[in-house]
Design a protein around this ligand. Sequence first.
Ligand code: TRP
Length: 447
Amino acid sequence: MSAPRGQWNSKIGFIMAAAGSAIGLGNIWRFPYVTGENGGGAFVLFYVIFVVLIGLPYMYAELALGRATQQNPVGAIEKIRPKSFWRMAGFLGVITGVGILSFYAVIAGWTVAYIYKMFVGQVGGFGAFVADPWSEISLFALFVALTSLIVQKGVSEGIERWSKILMPLFFILLLALVIYAMTLDGAGKGLEFYLKPDFSKITGRTLLAALGQAFFSLSLGMGTMITYGSYLSKNDNLVTSGVSVALFDTLIALFAGLIIFPALFTMGKDPSAGPTLVFVVLPELFAQMPGGLVVGALFFVLLTVAALTSTISLLEVPVSYLIDDHKMDRKTIVWIVAGITFLLGLPSALSQGASEFFSNFGLIPASFTSADFLSQMSFIFGDIALAVGAISLSIFVGWVWGIDKAADEVEKGAPLFAKTRGLWKFIIRFVIPLVILLVLLNTVHIF
Ligand code: TRP
């Protein structure tokens, strides 16, 4: 028997926590730079299609698996098929959590620094800032420590409290910035790049990037939603909760693009600049806005909180696995995983100019992503590992656990789901594995 599990204090608590996990640097930092690298409009279109057709239905599969088994990703699989090789799919999730956290917390460290930089009006100099090894390492360490402190306190106190007030505020601030961005000189050109699909730019890589971004942004493919689902009660409506989470998450990403691309074209910058894109463009935008530095500071405070609610969910996956499986004390586990994450993340922290070796790592061909270690980690864990995780888990739910048991679980607390049940079963069993497989094969083919 496993220890009694925490539960969300309210339904809105779950939505806020799941939305808090989903909304983060993926929306504001990753989405715009990956859109820029992949040529704009057509990528955005595929991203939205993947969110609706694959991401949302898949999210129900993870949530149902978590709620039905009341377990972490490995434990959930173990409970349904003990001692089978399927548990590797759960392990992959645990490792992916650490992998993503290791580079994500580096970027999150930048957002913390920019709160200060906005206050003192230090707008430029991004290149020199990220190339300084000591500030990179300390900010990264600070963020891992901050995340660990909260996760150490356990589920409902730690996670819910933060998300409830600040996420809606973030949404409103972004909306205001979108309206402001529309008044910029480069708005027309920016919107054209961002929203007008140029299908000649679609390649296998674009599709993988769009699929990967859909999973990354919704926190799918590594069992986050299995873990979060395990804290849900049987009366909660998975279906409507999932829709709210996906809707907010996608809107916020789309807002970020509506801010960045008009600004970028106004400043005459290159959309395919890679992971540094947002940090170069946004501070300049704030600097030229009336009263912009205060707005900028507030923006980076909220982005830091958004990042924190995401890193919490990333750390919670390996931690809940180790607690359930090894009956270890939460505190000890949190700091062990934090230590491993820190070591794994050092190369990423040094990859933006501090170390020549890690800045031009180049293991993954340049046709996929930039050569710096951080981008490569983002590609390996954020695109490939999530896609492989999602394909394994949807096959597990659709074919091994039994699609009807899964559908029954989704239907608990969501009676109207009965109407779309057939379609959902078809998507989980056939559409998702096939689409992901085709996208991955296409990628291998390019390799
Ligand atoms: N979705 C978060 C973001 O967009 C990042 C994240 C948190 C994540 N947990 C995850 C990504 C699990 C993939 C899987 O910022």
